[in-house]
Design a protein around this ligand. Structure first.
Ligand SMILES: [Zn+2]
Length: 195
């Protein structure tokens, strides 16, 4: 793991990345080696994190930027997290994208499937207390969770609902990490054929 632009927090970020990599490996997602993690202020649009497949590069904002983001949106899904915890969760999200580089996709793109994996792993490996609000909401979702709620359309139109639906869907599986391995292998695709 290579860390750029992080100054004095480089070591900490490197450790967080290694931990995230281990967490993902325990759920059947393998992050390629090496991945570069760059801390930068120049991120397009409102992006909180980015993965560039061409360069195996994850870009994240400095931790202060996440603190500002969280403070400005306390009612958002992740609004209860400490900036460090949120930072690590975004890092995990982007590393999932890195791990899905070789995921077979029968269509031009599979955004719903990739974001399903990225967001659910972002939440799944949160510290238990931080994950509690997500677990509570997921337990209120009817069974079986509606797979249509995990669509590219939902992702685009109502991203917070997409994340809640995705997490509910994951947690309703007998073996969530087995589902994740099927996602990585292209056996389960949440995207639909283009119409
Ligand atoms: Zn993503």
């Amino acid at each position: 793991m290579i860390v750029l632009g992080a100054d004095e927090s480089a070591e900490e970020i490197c450790e967080a990345a290694s931990e995230a990599k281990e967490q993902l490996a325990s759920c059947n997602l393998s992050v390629p080696d090496p991945v570069t993690v760059e801390i930068t202020n120049s991120m397009p649009g409102n992006c909180l994190g980015l993965y560039h497949c061409d360069d195996n590069l994850v870009q994240l904002l400095p931790i202060e930027a996440y603190a500002t983001h969280l403070a400005s949106s306390p009612d958002s899904l992740f609004g209860h997290l400490e900036p460090e915890v949120f930072f690590e969760s975004v890092l995990r999200h982007e590393l999932v994208h890195a791990s899905l580089e070789t995921m077979p996709c029968p269509y031009e793109a599979c955004p719903a499937t990739k974001e399903f994996a990225a967001y659910t792993m972002q939440v799944w490996f949160l510290p238990v207390a931080d994950r509690a609000p997500f677990d509570r909401r997921a337990s209120e979702v009817e069974r079986p969770a509606f797979r249509d709620g995990v669509s590219a359309m939902a992702l685009m139109m109502v991203p917070e609902l997409f994340i809640a639906n995705a997490y509910a869907y994951l947690t309703q599986q007998d073996d969530p990490c087995r589902l994740m391995s099927k996602v990585a292998d292209g056996e389960i695709i949440f995207d639909l054929p283009p119409r």
